[in-house]
Write a protein that binds this ligand. Sequence first.
Ligand code: FAD
Length: 290
Amino acid sequence: MKIKDILKETTPHISFEVFPPKTDAGFESVLAATDKIAALKPSYISVTYGAGGGTSKNTVNIASHIKDDLGVTSLAHLTCVSSTREHVHEVIRKLKEKGIENILALRGDIPKESEFPLPDQYKYASELIKEIREQGDFCIGAACYPEGHVEAERKKDDIDHLKHKVDCGVDFLTTQMFFENSIFYNFLYKIREKGIVVPVLPGIMPVTNKKQMKRICDMSGTVLPQRFIDVLERFGDEPKAMQQAGIAYATDQIIDLFANGINHVHIYSMNKPEVAEAIMNNLSEIVAGR
Ligand code: FAD
């Protein structure tokens, strides 16, 4: 099923995310986690794409397993910045062959070790989006950044670039994680004012590990509100307490989003079925399983 059709539904929905293993050795354990997450009946499951594209076959295979064996709609991420056009086109062909209808089209982070962009390589996600549109009847998602993308010097320019990207053929957007919902509401107001009208799924990360959080925030430029810093400081060194507090914090954000009229929330579940399940349990009377 195309995600743009799922997004027409007006009751509260949750989707989850898994990431593929870096090596083939980890494949079975990722599959086991994916199976447990699929049993929660989310509206779809997204599968990230390893930076550099070296593990692209795992993304395609996991997305295919979710759709064909588990009966859940899948969304395959695809980044383009570190790959040749030939490789990217090959992955699109494989996705088409396997009947995967949904692609999250991304640029990917600029590789530090090589020149950017190389001749005949992609510079922005918008170029990839145009090419996917030409190659098949896909539902195309893209990324957006309520706090501004790390490379953008001015948020205004970032929103102008987002408008151009959406106009290249985007059906829906998913946000970078945020920990203060007012940041998302302000962003939504600004992009709607700019004429970006596609559905926007807020991306929520249930934080279960203090160290991982620091690394992710350094990379993405995500700002932590004091309320969340207090949680990290109080519980960050006790893994079980941190997990419980992180799930409660994320649940609180999700309920606030639903209460404010958002119908679809994407959870960065990071291959952790126990976290996905705890969130679904907290929302058992709110979210309808599919
Ligand atoms: P773009 O939309 O191309 O934007 C990148 C930067 O270029 C922005 O600063 C933008 O303002 C600027 N820009 C865009 N167009 C123009 C233009 N025409 N002129 C000048 N500047 C311009 N990474 C992975 O490696 N694998 C994943 O699976 C993955 N999944 C993600 C999922 C989500 C929901 C999000 C939010 C991010 C994900 N990422 C993933 C990270 C993403 O690849 C990085 O954030 C990357 O740096 C930007 O990708 P993009 O598609 O947003 O790029």
